[in-house]
Design a protein around this ligand. Structure first.
Ligand SMILES: C[S@@+](CC[C@H](N)C(=O)[O-])C[C@H]1O[C@@H](n2cnc3c(N)ncnc32)[C@H](O)[C@@H]1O
Length: 295
């Protein structure tokens, strides 16, 4: 059964709490709850998953304002929810909400920690105990291949059989590339809403062009910037590659991964019963086929 009711555009209710959501969300809202950085479709997908697996032990990677953490905690009243954020600054709006909702004992945010750092394993040992099995992990942090892969290698084995690991927003690099190609091929003039994303991709390799794109560029500059961004988007190292490596794990005989489902913005990976060999397990079997082919 779903736990959320829609209160209007960009608003959902859980019990007496109203949460706002947007992509991206503002810093605060008038409801005193941390704004959620998710689309309506992802909020509903999350609600369905929580109803399906009723998780008690949860990890979320990527806190931002704390909306995802607070929403999951409000819905599940978990035994323990640990959240990890690279940014070192605490989110007061999340702390205030957790105090008011009497969730401070069970919901523990860590700041200034990289999702792929071995420190994450130490945190999970301390918070859950080294042998505890997790029910749910949501990776909504860097959306980059390398750190996301390190997290998956480290945390997925800790799930119970039937537990679920979600990788959110796995298609962002493809979506941007598709937008760029569409602009170049169809000479579309709605590129402005994507100018900042395109400029971000070329900032490092082509800072002058990125600057020109941000200041009222002419059509030739837009075309050059779009081509430069397409060249700089390394889709081979996109987060989707991790999803495909996990599909290769399913191809193995052992039941380490029971099931993988892809929808736009969401990969859901269900843990099987099979044992893994230890840290770096993802590098060993057929999951490394991509690596061995490209060497
Ligand atoms: C999309 S936001 C998270 C939204 C949040 N889960 C929600 O539902 O409201 C991504 C967050 O991940 C953080 N982040 C980025 N790279 C990270 C990394 N390597 N390790 C941990 N957090 C990271 C960003 O600082 C940002 O706050």
């Amino acid at each position: 059964m779903r736990h959320l009711t829609h209160e209007g555009p960009g608003l959902v209710r859980v019990g007496t709490d109203v949460f706002s959501y947007a992509v991206p969300p503002p810093r605060e809202n008038k409801y005193g709850t941390p704004p959620v950085y998710k689309s309506k479709a992802l909020i509903e997908q999350l609600d369905d998953l929580l109803a399906q697996i009723e998780p008690r032990r949860i990890v979320e990677l990527g806190i931002f304002r704390g909306g995802g953490v607070a929403l999951m905690a409000a819905i599940t009243q978990p035994e323990k929810l640990v959240a990890i954020e690279l940014n070192a600054e605490r989110e007061a709006v999340l702390d205030n909400y957790l105090s008011r909702a009497q969730l401070r004992e069970t919901v523990v945010p860590y700041y200034g920690v990289d999702q792929g750092d071995p420190e994450v394993a130490e945190i999970l040992d301390v918070e859950f105990g080294p042998d505890a099995q997790l029910d749910l992990v949501i990776d909504d942090a860097s959306h980059l291949y390398e750190p996301s892969r390190r997290s998956f290698d480290m945390i997925f084995p800790r799930l119970r059989p039937g537990g679920v690991y979600v990788i959110e927003d796995w298609a962002a690099q493809h979506t941007l590339l598709a937008t760029i190609v569409d602009h170049v091929v169809n000479r579309r003039d709605d590129w402005k809403k994507h100018a900042e994303s395109i400029a971000t991709v070329i900032d490092e390799g082509n800072p002058d062009l990125a600057r020109m794109l941000r200041d009222e560029p002419d059509e030739a500059t837009v075309g050059r910037a779009a081509r430069a961004a397409a060249a700089a988007s390394d889709v081979d190292r996109a987060l989707s590659r991790l999803g495909l490596e996990i599909v290769h794990v399913v191809a193995e005989t052992s039941d380490v991964v029971r099931e993988v489902t892809f929808t736009q913005g969401w990969i859901e990976i269900t843990r099987g019963e099979g044992a893994v060999s230890g840290p770096g397990w993802l590098d060993h079997g057929s999951a490394n086929l991509f690596g061995s082919l490209s060497e």
